[in-house]
Design a protein around this ligand. Structure first.
Ligand SMILES: Cc1cc2nc3c(=O)[nH]c(=O)nc-3n(C[C@H](O)[C@H](O)[C@H](O)COP(=O)(O)OP(=O)(O)OC[C@H]3O[C@@H](n4cnc5c(N)ncnc54)[C@H](O)[C@@H]3O)c2cc1C
Length: 333
């Protein structure tokens, strides 16, 4: 791409609302654009986007593109890649950011290939190098045990997906000035090879794991699915959510949707309590961004104690009920 300029964020909409990660993308996008002295554009794709352009501006965009097409009614990667490519070619950004979401993971490598650029996925830090003005894209590697900084020297746009909750959101300002542009995606049904026949939403009770400020996670040391009720009780008392290790999900003790880790969900709560979890690097890849990790494990040599700020060496059957009772007392004041 020649003559590239500015930062472009491709956001996501769910049930008519901007996803949290879209607001976070606008927060970091604004910071990068200001550092570069360039503008911030944001695009969202869908069939009916209503007034969301104003919201993109209120959260930091100088220019909001609403890319609408009936074929974008469902999250269909073929349609989304084609529409995203259209808006990127129109905006010609220097920096392109998407969320590391289910859709973002699906479309970003395909989009990078079409644009002839590289992609740094799952970034947790983004900064402009003051000397070179290049984007430094930092992401966890080796199952979360190290961080690598990537730089895209030649190809444009410099492209990254960002991990949800890794960046903060700007305060909403409805008085911010910005332009909202309607852009027809002009999709050809022949471009869309995948047909979505049905979409089933799993009814979930309580908080989404990714949104919870407290997560209580159980591992194989819990001994069986019947014991997860003790985790539920502590999570409920702390207004949090329950997660699980892959060992537990693979054993069918709990739903795979609770899995945290390299091949599961990534969470960054204020408080992450692990019970009967060894702390394998693949598990830590999903929770190492938590502010405080507390571990309960009967093995004093378990790796989790190297990762946790606070640890209790003991059998959860003794420790957990006592902890829950104490927390209840404190919560009730
Ligand atoms: C490619 C790949 C991807 C992976 N992705 C993931 C992932 O996304 N998420 C994930 O979690 N794992 C993942 N894994 C698996 C990971 O390597 C570990 O096998 C898994 O995390 C172990 O789960 P665990 O800690 O529950 O079980 P274990 O490793 O078996 O640990 C159980 C712990 O419970 C303790 N314990 C036992 N009884 C008690 C008791 N009564 N009280 C207190 N403590 C007790 C034990 O001391 C032990 O430390 C992946 C592996 C691979 C190869």
């Amino acid at each position: 791409m020649s003559e590239v300029k500015g930062v472009l964020v491709i956001g996501e909409v769910s049930d008519g609302k901007l996803l949290g990660v879209t607001r976070e993308l606008l927060g970091i996008g604004r910071k990068l654009a200001d550092t570069l002295g360039e503008h911030l554009s944001a695009a969202i794709l869908g069939a009916q986007l209503g007034d969301l352009g104003k919201e993109l501006v209120a959260y930091g965009a100088d220019k909001a593109y609403l890319v609408q097409d009936p074929l974008l009614a469902q999250e269909n990667a073929d349609a989304y890649v084609a529409a995203a490519e259209k808006v990127v070619r129109q905006v010609q950004p220097n920096v392109l950011l998407l969320g590391q979401t289910v859709l973002g993971r699906d479309i970003s490598p395909r989009l990078a290939t079409r644009l002839g650029t590289a992609l740094a996925p799952d970034c947790v830090e983004l900064a402009i190098d003051p000397a070179t003005k290049l984007l430094h894209m930092t992401r966890p590697v080796y199952g979360g045990n190290a961080r690598a900084i990537y730089v895209c020297e030649k190809a444009r746009p410099q492209m990254a997906t960002v991990r949800p909750k890794a960046f903060s959101v700007l305060e909403r300002n409805d008085a911010r000035a910005g332009e909202v542009v309607q852009l027809a995606a002009g999709l050809d049904p022949a471009q869309v090879r995948v047909k979505v026949l049905d979409r089933q939403k799993k009814a979930s009770e309580g908080l989404r794991l990714e949104d919870a400020r407290v997560v209580v996670t159980g591992g194989r040391g819990m001994g069986g699915p019947e014991n997860f009720k003790y985790l539920d009780e502590l999570a409920k008392t702390l207004k949090g959510a329950v997660g699980a290790s892959r060992a537990v999900c693979d054993a069918g003790w709990v739903s795979p949707s609770l899995q945290i880790g390299l091949t599961g969900k990534v969470v960054t709560p204020d408080l992450y309590i692990t019970v009967g979890i060894s702390g394998a690097s693949q598990h830590m890849a999903g929770c190492s961004g938590s502010k405080v990790i507390v571990a309960i494990n009967k093995d004093p040599d378990a790796n989790i104690f190297k990762e946790a700020r606070y640890g209790v060496v003991g059998d959860w059957k003794q420790v957990l009920p006592a902890l829950t009772e104490k927390v209840k007392e404190l919560v009730q004041g």
